[in-house]
Design a protein. Sequence first.
Length: 78
Amino acid sequence: MNPILKIVKADYVHDYVLRLLFNDGVSKLVDFAPLSKQGICTKLQDMVYFRNFKLDPFSVDWSDEIGFAPEYLYEIGY
């Protein structure tokens, strides 16, 4: 049985890119710019808002409003 995937560390890199460390030891860069194009995610276009992220028990979170499944971020990360 695979453990539940979680983000254990997140660092701002540049622009809309975060470096995410997952609990399986893999580190990936994720560019949130394409994700900030629609719906509530347009709030991420505000750089002050974007850089004010935190970690919840599983993933990256913005003001308890915007979050993404860690599996999705793992998939789109590079």
